[in-house]
Design a protein around this ligand. Structure first.
Ligand code: NAD
Length: 499
């Protein structure tokens, strides 16, 4: 009876039916989606889940993005998507539809809260929110094979993309009790790309004086998070690091099957589990539905149904307290009741209306709206446009060259003869290390050479084209070029190691 009263009271808060798109996903997707649907239904959430087809079936039907035209149409006209994991081929095959969705709808903020329950699941105390940039970095997916030996993936970091996510992370941290924000980057190596994150982070500090900040190198930062998660509150990171970091955090908390995530943009917000489609356990009825449930609860809270989210999360906490475990979080203790997906969902449903005794009560993560962060980034971009000068000073010409025993001195001499205008050969590097002039004979070289030509002053594109013409005439295979610009009187490119 109490259960009914509490349930209807809280869920009845919002009069409107909650309408969202629902993708069942692949692998364990349909099993965990059914379990989550039963829990939301039983909690009395007034909702209309509109099925949307994406993933393996759509790929097989010939839609190379994994999303059918009908699904695109639905996505354009709805604001919420609850998405179970999708299988993405490894190594080759179709592009990830997750990445496509995040980029197509500008879902720039990926928020991944991870909590641990040391008293019942073991491990260290953890209540962390990882804010991951969701559109850029190596996930732009721009890759090329350039020579017989060398492949390349472009890491793209934009200043507006960085400003958006950092600003959002500051706001999210500001709304939390601890108000601590840690940036994780590798700016000791990627001084320009990751350096953008560091410098914009520094600039933002003044706008959020109540937020305590620190910056860590991603490798040691990840190690520290794994061993002392209690030292972290909100962590913000570029795309790839954030992806790895959140799986580490979820696994350390007990299982990757426990964490949910929100992908937020202006027109669409997508909620999903952190984990993948787990083909190894698909169809066995043993998957943990908690990750997708957490995603659904984030969606409820985001859509103004915070009390419904709390009601369900409290029931979920009670199920854990009472010993219910799916196999991934079972530790073999006597008190545990190891159950499959459906029975776990039933255990949650039976506890709707109850509050945890031992664990802290549920408290959904506050997800700030994305608009102010987009506005901040747009403002900064406009300022930067008017305040930044740009001058062309040279070019890096990348050659596929495999002659003369790959002796850099032979290549260097030839190129010096060909560069007769204002652009002079400054150096040649191979895999980032300077090999000419004065290279080290022990350096192992590939068939891919970066040849840097610079002038004392600004040069024109015509001068660069003339130089390239000389090289092509001499039979060199130019595989790509990068212009060398100076911005506000400073070089906008990295030096070769040893340059
Ligand atoms: P995965 O997360 O699917 O599985 C990793 C391990 O964790 C497996 O042992 C799996 O059994 C276990 N696991 C995952 N979720 C679980 C759950 N809910 N309950 C119990 N155990 C669970 O990672 P993977 O094997 O690297 O990827 C499988 C597929 O999922 C790939 O095609 C990958 O591209 C895709 N994927 C999709 C998403 C997404 O849709 N957002 C995210 C990550 C991976």
């Amino acid at each position: 009876m109490i259960q009914q009263e509490e349930k209807s009271g809280v869920v009845g808060n919002s009069d409107q039916e909650l309408e969202f798109l629902l993708s069942q996903g692949d692998g364990i997707g349909p099993e965990i989606t059914a379990a989550v649907g039963q829990i939301l239904d039983a909690a009395g959430v007034r909702m209309r889940a509109i099925p949307v087809e994406m993933g393996e079936k759509s790929y097989l039907a010939g839609h190379t993005s994994g999303i059918s035209p009908e699904a695109w149409e639905l996505l354009r006209h709805h604001r919420l998507l609850l998405k179970a994991p999708i299988t993405t081929p490894r190594g080759g095959g179709y592009k990830s539809l997750n990445v496509t969705l995040r980029k197509a709808f500008g879902l720039f903020a990926n928020v991944r809260p991870v909590k641990s329950f040391p008293t019942i699941l073991g491990g260290k105390p953890m209540d962390v929110v990882i804010v991951r940039e969701n559109e850029e970095d190596t996930y732009a997916g721009i890759e090329h094979r350039q020579t017989h030996e060398v492949t390349q993936c472009l890491k793209l970091i934009t200043t507006p993309g960085t400003d958006r996510i950092l600003h959002y992370a500051f706001r999210l941290a500001e709304a939390r009790q601890r108000r601590e924000l840690t940036l994780m980057v590798k700016d000791n190596i990627m001084k320009i790309t990751d350096g953008v994150f560091s410098s914009r982070f520094e600039s933002l500090k003044a706008d959020f004086p109540s937020v305590k900040t620190r910056s860590m190198i991603i490798d040691i930062g990840t190690a520290k998070l794994a061993v002392r998660p209690q030292d972290f509150d909100v962590v913000v990171a570029p795309n790839l690091y954030g992806d790895i970091l959140s799986d580490v955090a979820a696994e350390v908390s007990g299982s990757v099957g426990l964490a949910g995530s929100a992908n937020l943009g202006v027109t669409l917000a997508m909620f999903e589990a952190v984990h993948g489609s787990a083909p190894d356990i698909a169809g066995k009825g043993v998957a943990n539905p908690s990750g997708l449930l957490q995603a659904a609860l984030m969606m409820l809270a985001y859509a103004g149904r915070r009390e419904a989210a709390t009601l369900i999360e409290n029931a979920w906490l009670c199920a854990l307290e009472d010993g219910y475990r799916t196999a991934d979080i079972a530790s073999g203790k006597e008190k545990e009741i190891v159950v499959g997906t459906d029975a776990f969902a039933r255990a949650v449903i039976e506890r709707l209306g109850r509050r945890p005794k031992e664990l802290a009560e549920a408290h959904a993560v506050e997800l700030p709206s994305v608009e102010p962060s987009l506005q901040y980034a747009a403002l900064k971009a406009a300022e930067s446009k008017t305040n930044t000068s740009k001058e062309l000073h040279g070019i890096d010409i990348f050659l596929h060259w495999d002659e003369a025993g790959r002796d850099p001195n032979v290549l260097g001499e030839k190129l010096m003869q060909l560069a007769q205008g204002r652009l002079a050969l400054r150096m040649i590097s191979n895999r980032g290390v300077k090999v000419f002039p004065h290279g080290n004979s022990a350096t192992v070289v590939a068939d891919h050479w970066r040849c840097r030509f610079v002038a004392d002053n600004a040069v024109t594109h015509a001068e660069i084209l003339e130089l390239m013409g000389h090289l092509v005439k001499a039979g060199f295979d130019i595989i790509k070029t990068e212009n060398l610009y100076w911005f506000n009187g400073k070089p906008g490119y990295s030096l070769g190691q040893g340059e």
